[in-house]
Ligand binder design. Structure first.
Ligand SMILES: Nc1ncnc2c1ncn2[C@@H]1O[C@H](COP(=O)(O)OP(=O)(O)O)[C@@H](O)[C@H]1O
Ligand SMILES: [Mg+2]
Length: 358
């Protein structure tokens, strides 16, 4: 069965200009670039959960913000249900590019069917890390969850609005929903607030949820509940989820596939079981070696990485992981590794893997 992916991301790049100092300006030094996301490709199938894992600063939030349209990509292609919702479409929406202008985008991009940005945002929702910041403190829970319906003009009449808000709250595990309608965010616990955020995202019945570290600000004791809730929503509503986390320990039972990121690049991607049982990239192995394992016989030797994660302004030459890699060889300083296919679904970008697989 061939299935068109819900989301197809190809060679996505997002660079931020670095602020120039007066000295830079006087010497006419060109502005530097922070390559926060640097050539990222992946697909997400309908109803699939893909986890994106990596240390702080590797570009996870930038991917999320770019996918959802809060940032404009520097380059690459994002297709949602086979339709483009890229930078040009957004500029068209904002009225910045005359429709007849053919100057932007390749011919192939121009011929792709387009989805209006508003239609896209109805079908793709983001859940942020901090449930304390993402809720308006002066709005009631009812108003918060109803707002997306109002913005998108989707509820016909008060009865329908109430029904949809009630369903969304109950789906998010806040039952009976009416008890929450007139309450304010400060009256709820962190876990309940994150459930309200999830209800507000699900009220539009989206096809895609992008969850950026949705449990990292929550008490350890309630993290599993929120993960189970997201898992249930996938099973019951068929929503696809991009689940972003710095904690490899949370993904094992949760995600169908796993992408490991290092400095703006995916270094290994595959089915979760494949990557966890047979990790090939030295960075994936290092991350896994520090995840606590309940059974001591399964414990791996800890790999302690040398040095700090380098800065995406000054990317290392060759393989960007080589300065910290325990297996680095001379070639790694020169050659940026291409992906090596390990199975139909598992690949990694490491010269060592290429040379041992041959
Ligand atoms: N708006 C921005 N302007 C400049 N640099 C940014 C901006 N947003 C993120 N960055 C930089 O991009 C890199 C990736 O950041 P981010 O995507 O937040 O990583 P993560 O979510 O994995 O911690 C970091 O070096 C960060 O400082
Ligand atoms: Mg982040």
């Amino acid at each position: 069965m061939t299935q068109e992916p819900l989301l197809l991301v190809e060679n996505l790049r997002k660079y931020f200009p670095v602020g120039q100092s007066l000295g830079d300006l006087l010497l006419r030094r060109p502005p530097g670039l922070i390559k926060a996301v640097d050539d990222v490709s992946f697909t997400l199938l309908h109803g699939e959960i893909l986890a994106i894992v990596g240390e702080s600063g590797c570009g996870k939030t930038t991917i999320a913000r770019t996918l959802i349209g809060l940032e404009e990509e520097t380059g690459g292609k994002i297709l949602f249900n086979g339709r483009q919702i890229g930078a040009r479409e957004r500029r068209l929406q904002a009225g910045l590019v005359p429709l007849e202008s053919g100057a932007i985008g390749t011919r192939e991009q121009q011929s792709l069917p387009r989805l209006s940005f508003k239609q896209f945002r109805q079908q793709a929702q983001m859940i942020f890390q901090d449930p304390y910041e993402s809720l308006n403190p002066r709005a009631t829970i009812f108003e918060i969850v109803a707002e997306p319906l109002v913005v998108h003009g989707l509820a016909r009449g008060r009865a329908e609005k109430i029904q949809r808000v009630r369903n969304a709250l109950e789906d998010a595990g806040l039952r009976p929903a009416e008890e929450y309608f007139l309450r304010y965010p400060h009256e709820l616990s962190g876990g309940q607030r994150q459930r309200v955020v999830i209800a507000g995202a699900m009220v539009l019945e989206p096809k895609l949820l992008i969850a950026d570290e949705p449990v990292s600000m929550l008490d350890v004791s309630i993290r599993a509940e929120i993960l189970n809730l997201l898992h249930d929503l996938r099973n019951k509503r068929g929503v696809s989820i991009v689940f972003i986390t710095h904690d490899l320990g949370t993904v094992a039972y949760f995600a169908d596939r796993l992408a490991v990121m290092y400095l703006g690049r995916i270094v290994e991607i595959g089915r979760t079981a494949e990557v966890l049982k047979n990790p090939q990239h030295p960075y994936t192995r290092a991350l896994l070696s520090v995840v606590p394992v309940p059974n001591p016989r399964l414990r791996r030797e800890r790999v302690i990485l040398q040095g700090e994660a380098p800065n995406p302004i000054h990317l290392p030459t060759g393989c960007r992981f080589h300065p910290r890699c325990p297996l680095a060889m001379d070639a790694c300083r020169m050659t940026d590794p291409a992906y090596v296919q390990l199975s139909a679904t598992h690949s990694t970008a490491c010269l060592r893997v290429e040379s041992t697989a041959l």
